[in-house]
Design a protein around this ligand. Sequence first.
Ligand code: SF4
Length: 194
Amino acid sequence: MNTTFEQLKQHCMGCRDCALCETRHNVVFGVGNPTAEVLFIGEGPGENEDLQGEPFVGRAGKLLDTMLEAVGLSRKHNIYIANMVKCRPPQNRDPLPEEQAACRKWLDAQIRALSPKIVVCLGRIAAFKFISEDFKVTKQHGQFIEKDGVLYMGMFHPAAILRNPNQKPLAFADFVALRDKIQEVCEHTEFCFE
Ligand code: SF4
Protein backbone atom coordinates (compact mmCIF):
# COMPACT_ATOMS: atom_id res chain seq x y z
CA MET A 1 0.00 0.00 0.00
CA ASN A 2 1.41 3.42 -0.88
CA THR A 3 1.97 6.05 1.80
CA THR A 4 -1.06 8.21 0.99
CA PHE A 5 -3.40 5.27 1.14
CA GLU A 6 -1.79 3.92 4.31
CA GLN A 7 -2.08 7.31 6.03
CA LEU A 8 -5.69 7.58 4.94
CA LYS A 9 -6.40 4.13 6.33
CA GLN A 10 -4.79 4.96 9.67
CA HIS A 11 -6.95 8.09 10.00
CA CYS A 12 -10.08 6.19 9.04
CA MET A 13 -9.43 3.38 11.53
CA GLY A 14 -9.87 5.85 14.39
CA CYS A 15 -12.96 7.57 13.00
CA ARG A 16 -15.86 8.22 15.40
CA ASP A 17 -17.78 10.65 13.22
CA CYS A 18 -21.13 8.85 13.30
CA ALA A 19 -23.07 6.58 15.64
CA LEU A 20 -21.97 3.40 13.85
CA CYS A 21 -18.67 3.61 15.75
CA GLU A 22 -20.53 2.61 18.93
CA THR A 23 -21.48 -0.85 17.71
CA ARG A 24 -18.68 -1.80 15.30
CA HIS A 25 -15.98 -4.36 16.00
CA ASN A 26 -13.73 -3.16 13.19
CA VAL A 27 -13.57 -0.28 10.75
CA VAL A 28 -13.70 -1.91 7.30
CA PHE A 29 -11.59 0.48 5.28
CA GLY A 30 -11.22 -1.51 2.05
CA VAL A 31 -9.07 -4.10 0.39
CA GLY A 32 -7.14 -4.49 -2.82
CA ASN A 33 -4.46 -2.92 -4.93
CA PRO A 34 -4.15 0.81 -4.10
CA THR A 35 -3.04 1.49 -7.67
CA ALA A 36 -5.99 -0.37 -9.23
CA GLU A 37 -7.84 1.18 -12.15
CA VAL A 38 -11.09 -0.53 -11.18
CA LEU A 39 -12.93 0.24 -7.95
CA PHE A 40 -15.87 -1.81 -6.62
CA ILE A 41 -18.17 0.00 -4.21
CA GLY A 42 -20.56 -1.82 -1.89
CA GLU A 43 -22.97 -0.53 0.69
CA GLY A 44 -21.51 -1.35 4.09
CA PRO A 45 -20.00 -4.15 6.15
CA GLY A 46 -22.13 -7.08 7.30
CA GLU A 47 -21.51 -9.28 10.32
CA ASN A 48 -18.57 -11.24 8.92
CA GLU A 49 -16.97 -8.12 7.48
CA ASP A 50 -17.32 -6.33 10.81
CA LEU A 51 -15.68 -9.23 12.64
CA GLN A 52 -12.86 -9.72 10.11
CA GLY A 53 -12.28 -6.08 9.11
CA GLU A 54 -12.46 -6.82 5.38
CA PRO A 55 -15.23 -6.11 2.85
CA PHE A 56 -17.13 -8.90 1.12
CA VAL A 57 -16.14 -11.95 3.11
CA GLY A 58 -18.55 -14.77 3.95
CA ARG A 59 -20.77 -16.41 1.34
CA ALA A 60 -21.45 -13.25 -0.68
CA GLY A 61 -17.77 -12.39 -0.68
CA LYS A 62 -16.84 -15.89 -1.88
CA LEU A 63 -19.31 -15.58 -4.73
CA LEU A 64 -17.88 -12.18 -5.63
CA ASP A 65 -14.35 -13.61 -5.60
CA THR A 66 -15.44 -16.54 -7.79
CA MET A 67 -16.97 -14.24 -10.39
CA LEU A 68 -13.96 -11.92 -10.29
CA GLU A 69 -11.56 -14.81 -10.73
CA ALA A 70 -13.53 -16.14 -13.70
CA VAL A 71 -12.60 -12.99 -15.64
CA GLY A 72 -9.03 -12.61 -14.36
CA LEU A 73 -9.74 -10.14 -11.57
CA SER A 74 -8.75 -10.46 -7.94
CA ARG A 75 -8.82 -8.33 -4.81
CA LYS A 76 -5.24 -9.43 -4.21
CA HIS A 77 -3.94 -8.12 -7.51
CA ASN A 78 -5.81 -5.79 -9.78
CA ILE A 79 -8.93 -4.23 -8.24
CA TYR A 80 -9.88 -2.34 -5.09
CA ILE A 81 -13.04 -2.94 -3.03
CA ALA A 82 -14.54 -0.41 -0.62
CA ASN A 83 -17.89 0.31 0.98
CA MET A 84 -19.92 3.49 1.25
CA VAL A 85 -19.90 3.25 5.03
CA LYS A 86 -16.91 1.75 6.81
CA CYS A 87 -18.69 0.52 9.95
CA ARG A 88 -21.48 -2.06 10.14
CA PRO A 89 -25.03 -0.78 10.49
CA PRO A 90 -26.72 -2.82 13.27
CA GLN A 91 -28.78 -5.80 12.03
CA ASN A 92 -27.49 -5.05 8.51
CA ARG A 93 -30.04 -2.27 8.03
CA ASP A 94 -29.44 0.24 5.23
CA PRO A 95 -26.99 2.95 6.30
CA LEU A 96 -28.92 6.09 7.31
CA PRO A 97 -28.50 9.21 5.16
CA GLU A 98 -26.57 10.96 7.97
CA GLU A 99 -24.25 7.95 8.32
CA GLN A 100 -23.64 7.89 4.58
CA ALA A 101 -22.97 11.63 4.63
CA ALA A 102 -20.55 11.39 7.56
CA CYS A 103 -18.63 8.54 5.94
CA ARG A 104 -18.57 9.90 2.40
CA LYS A 105 -15.30 11.74 3.01
CA TRP A 106 -13.42 8.45 3.38
CA LEU A 107 -14.72 7.00 0.15
CA ASP A 108 -14.15 10.31 -1.65
CA ALA A 109 -10.55 10.29 -0.43
CA GLN A 110 -10.13 6.70 -1.62
CA ILE A 111 -11.52 7.65 -5.03
CA ARG A 112 -9.16 10.64 -5.25
CA ALA A 113 -6.18 8.47 -4.30
CA LEU A 114 -7.08 5.69 -6.72
CA SER A 115 -8.39 7.85 -9.57
CA PRO A 116 -10.16 4.79 -11.04
CA LYS A 117 -11.07 4.48 -14.70
CA ILE A 118 -14.03 2.22 -13.91
CA VAL A 119 -16.28 2.20 -10.83
CA VAL A 120 -18.55 -0.81 -10.29
CA CYS A 121 -21.48 -0.24 -7.93
CA LEU A 122 -22.50 -3.43 -6.16
CA GLY A 123 -26.22 -3.17 -5.44
CA ARG A 124 -28.80 -0.44 -5.48
CA ILE A 125 -27.57 1.81 -2.66
CA ALA A 126 -24.20 2.41 -4.29
CA ALA A 127 -25.81 2.71 -7.74
CA PHE A 128 -28.31 5.31 -6.42
CA LYS A 129 -25.46 7.45 -5.11
CA PHE A 130 -22.99 7.14 -7.93
CA ILE A 131 -25.08 6.56 -11.05
CA SER A 132 -28.60 7.89 -10.64
CA GLU A 133 -31.32 8.12 -8.02
CA ASP A 134 -33.74 6.24 -10.24
CA PHE A 135 -31.27 3.48 -11.12
CA LYS A 136 -33.01 0.11 -11.54
CA VAL A 137 -30.52 -2.68 -10.95
CA THR A 138 -32.73 -5.28 -12.60
CA LYS A 139 -32.99 -3.24 -15.81
CA GLN A 140 -29.74 -1.27 -15.96
CA HIS A 141 -27.16 -3.70 -14.54
CA GLY A 142 -24.18 -4.14 -16.81
CA GLN A 143 -24.57 -0.79 -18.60
CA PHE A 144 -21.67 1.66 -18.57
CA ILE A 145 -22.41 5.30 -17.90
CA GLU A 146 -19.70 7.91 -18.28
CA LYS A 147 -19.45 10.77 -15.80
CA ASP A 148 -16.53 13.19 -15.72
CA GLY A 149 -14.26 10.78 -17.55
CA VAL A 150 -15.05 7.81 -15.27
CA LEU A 151 -17.13 4.82 -16.39
CA TYR A 152 -19.73 3.62 -13.90
CA MET A 153 -21.51 0.28 -13.99
CA GLY A 154 -24.17 -1.09 -11.62
CA MET A 155 -24.23 -4.80 -10.82
CA PHE A 156 -26.38 -7.10 -8.72
CA HIS A 157 -25.14 -7.26 -5.14
CA PRO A 158 -23.64 -10.72 -4.52
CA ALA A 159 -25.98 -11.22 -1.54
CA ALA A 160 -28.92 -10.59 -3.89
CA ILE A 161 -27.56 -13.24 -6.28
CA LEU A 162 -27.39 -15.71 -3.39
CA ARG A 163 -31.04 -14.97 -2.63
CA ASN A 164 -32.01 -15.27 -6.29
CA PRO A 165 -29.62 -17.66 -8.08
CA ASN A 166 -31.54 -17.12 -11.34
CA GLN A 167 -29.59 -13.85 -11.61
CA LYS A 168 -26.25 -15.66 -11.80
CA PRO A 169 -26.00 -15.86 -15.63
CA LEU A 170 -26.91 -12.16 -15.92
CA ALA A 171 -24.36 -11.27 -13.27
CA PHE A 172 -21.68 -13.32 -14.98
CA ALA A 173 -22.41 -11.59 -18.28
CA ASP A 174 -21.81 -8.26 -16.49
CA PHE A 175 -18.39 -9.49 -15.34
CA VAL A 176 -17.54 -10.49 -18.91
CA ALA A 177 -18.64 -7.03 -20.11
CA LEU A 178 -16.46 -5.51 -17.38
CA ARG A 179 -13.45 -7.53 -18.52
CA ASP A 180 -13.99 -6.37 -22.09
CA LYS A 181 -14.28 -2.73 -20.99
CA ILE A 182 -11.10 -3.04 -18.89
CA GLN A 183 -9.28 -4.31 -21.96
CA GLU A 184 -10.58 -1.30 -23.86
CA VAL A 185 -9.88 1.54 -21.41
CA CYS A 186 -7.44 0.41 -18.70
CA GLU A 187 -3.79 0.64 -19.67
CA HIS A 188 -2.17 -0.96 -16.63
CA THR A 189 -4.56 -3.67 -15.49
CA GLU A 190 -3.09 -7.12 -15.94
CA PHE A 191 -5.53 -10.00 -15.75
CA CYS A 192 -4.51 -12.84 -13.48
CA PHE A 193 -5.64 -16.45 -13.54
CA GLU A 194 -4.51 -18.29 -10.42
S1 SF4 B 1 -19.22 4.69 9.51
FE1 SF4 B 1 -17.68 6.08 8.65
S2 SF4 B 1 -18.15 8.09 9.55
FE2 SF4 B 1 -19.18 6.51 10.81
S3 SF4 B 1 -17.70 6.06 12.44
FE3 SF4 B 1 -17.40 4.56 10.79
S4 SF4 B 1 -15.74 5.41 9.55
FE4 SF4 B 1 -16.56 7.09 10.80
